[in-house]
Design a protein around this ligand. Sequence first.
Ligand SMILES: [Zn+2]
Length: 67
Amino acid sequence: MKITAEVVNGNCPTCSELTMLVGLANDVYRCMNCGSDLHQHINGKISYLPIMPARADGGKPFVKEWK
Ligand SMILES: [Zn+2]
């Protein structure tokens, strides 16, 4: 059985790198550089926004390094 994942090049907003993004679900991609999950937005041009749960304390989202 062949498993195919959609891999695209994109500019990750979390690590600010032009890197490979692997498609996980509908419009959800994961950055291969920092491991952030991104949501793909297409309006005129393709852009990616990090998926971050809103924090109750209003603090800056913490991006975990994936090893
Ligand atoms: Zn990244």
